[in-house]
Design a protein around this ligand. Structure first.
Ligand code: PLP
Length: 461
């Protein structure tokens, strides 16, 4: 049964030194005029602090645990370098991410995850001594083939699925849909049905050493109690495996930790009906996780299960990088229609695709002259992107100053996760990234041009 969702504590409010809050409007204007918009802005010192603080908190409780930075979240070389300088290894989920890890951090631990792994990728992972977390059963066969009799030395991990909900909502139709999605997911092997135990046995019977269990349960999880309960099921599974003689030494809980200040919409068909009938909808949750609570609870959970020699590892993504970047856009039009105002900006879901999942970010409105538009007279607007399809909306029902006009700027918070690495050039070329900090600004990722978009065509002649 779905348990009531306790609120997380508010011990980590949105940090006032994050670039979204800290950058003065005149500086945002200068960056826009220097580099053009749309523009991603990375605050390198803030990122360093955020990553460093995370590693220190984790290592205080789990000194043996590994922290693998999730490359897919943001693979900018500067970001990866910062992660590695703070002591994090790499979490790669494809061949080119593995290659990136080989170049960026050959001396640090690398984990290879993902729902499918080709022979060539598995071979590369073995060559660079990355820990492989098996997801498809056929990966075991591919590994056996590559190892050709030398399996005995190789340590392998297995991704499992505890099948429990990690998101809560007052809208029970959302929770039901989420619950069934968690049980039907393509990722990992369900613990409850015995399938995870079967795959674990297969790995061992092929002569590999099964030394790690992995799970990753979702993204922007802020219901820490639900998250913790789900991981508890994984620890129960590990306890059983160990009682049966397996040598699990690492439990990797993946990523998923929700960032403060960002809300992901959690509404189902029930809310849709209410909206259609003109009834008020429940407020979205805004609470935040308490990392110290999670770490100490996990530590206690290990002790209760007699697993104190098991290291807890993780793969943080958005938690460490989301707030380190801002997306700066220009307003290209303010369209007053009957009953709705659209503010059309020059960056959309091509740069911020997770806006499509109903992620709500904070926005600042800056006049073209370089001052904050803090006018108290506000109007509700929909913020639309520049792409030529209807769904390209960055956010609905945003409270905007009434006096915004074309050529003003909109700065959008939490542009560090799943933006640059998930950008597409559908309709428009990708945006550049400028890094700002104590020693000035420098461009660290170029604006995509016509020739970049069509470069691959040259191969075909
Ligand atoms: C296996 C794995 N690890 C880590 C992450 C990072 O997740 P997050 O950015 O939510 O921390 C992901 C993201 O989907 C993932 O699939």
């Amino acid at each position: 049964m779905h348990k009531a969702v306790p609120k997380g504590t508010l011990n980590e409010p949105v940090s006032s030194d994050e670039p979204f809050l800290r950058l003065p409007p005149s500086e945002l204007r200068r960056l826009a005029l220097t580099y053009g918009t749309p523009l991603f802005i990375l605050d390198r010192e803030y990122l360093q602090r955020r990553m460093q603080t995370f590693v220190e908190a984790w290592k205080r409780v789990f000194p043996q645990g590994q922290i693998y930075y999730s490359y897919k979240t943001n693979y900018l070389p500067d970001v990866c370098r910062t992660a590695h300088a703070s002591g994090m290894g790499a979490d790669a989920v494809s061949g080119y991410e593995l290659e990136h890890a080989r170049r960026m951090c050959p001396q640090l631990p690398i984990v290879f995850n993902g729902p499918m792994k080709t022979r060539a990728e598995l071979k590369l992972a073995l060559d660079i001594k990355a820990r492989i977390n098996v997801d498809c059963e056929e990966e075991i066969d591919r590994l056996s083939e590559i190892c050709a009799g030398a399996e005995a030395g190789y340590e392998v991990g297995l991704r499992v699925n505890p099948g429990s909900a990690v998101f809560g909502s007052k809208d029970r139709s959302f929770v039901r849909a989420h619950m069934s999605a968690m049980q039907r997911t393509k990722f990992g092997w369900p613990i409850e049905t015995g399938l995870a135990a079967r795959i674990a046995a297969k790995i061992i019977s092929r002569g590999f050493r099964l030394t790690a269990i992995h799970c990753h349960l979702g993204s922007q999880i802020t219901e820490q109690r639900l998250h913790f309960d789900a991981i508890g099921r994984v620890l129960d599974f590990v306890k059983t495996l160990r009682q049966e003689g397996s040598e699990i030494r690492e439990v990797n809980i993946g990523g998923g930790l929700g960032v403060p200040g960002m809300v992901r919409q959690r509404r189902g068909w029930w809310s849709a009906i209410k909206q259609e009938m003109g009834e008020p909808l429940d407020e979205e949750q805004t609470y935040e996780i308490d990392l110290d609570w999670i770490l100490s609870s996990l530590n206690q959970a290990l002790a209760e299960r007699g697993l104190t020699d098991v290291a807890i590892s993780c793969e943080p993504g958005r938690y460490v990088v989301s707030s380190a970047m801002v997306l700066l856009t220009s307003i290209m039009g303010v369209k007053q229609l009957d009953g709705r105002t659209w503010v059309v900006i020059d960056g959309g879901q091509n740069l911020m695709p997770t806006a499509a999942f109903g992620e709500r970010r904070r926005m600042r409105f800056i006049a073209n002259g370089g001052w904050e538009l803090t006018d108290h007279d506000r109007m509700p607007c929909w913020i639309g992107g520049p792409l030529c399809y209807e769904g390209d909306t960055i956010m609905q029902d945003v409270s905007c100053p009434r006096n915004i006009v074309a050529d003003d700027f909109v700065a959008i918070s939490d542009a560090g996760a799943y933006t640059v690495s998930r950008s597409t050039n559908f309709n428009r070329a990708r945006a550049p990234v400028v890094s700002v900090g104590d020693h000035g600004d420098r461009q660290i990722w170029a604006r995509e041009e016509y020739d970049d978009v069509f470069a691959l065509g040259k191969i075909a002649g």
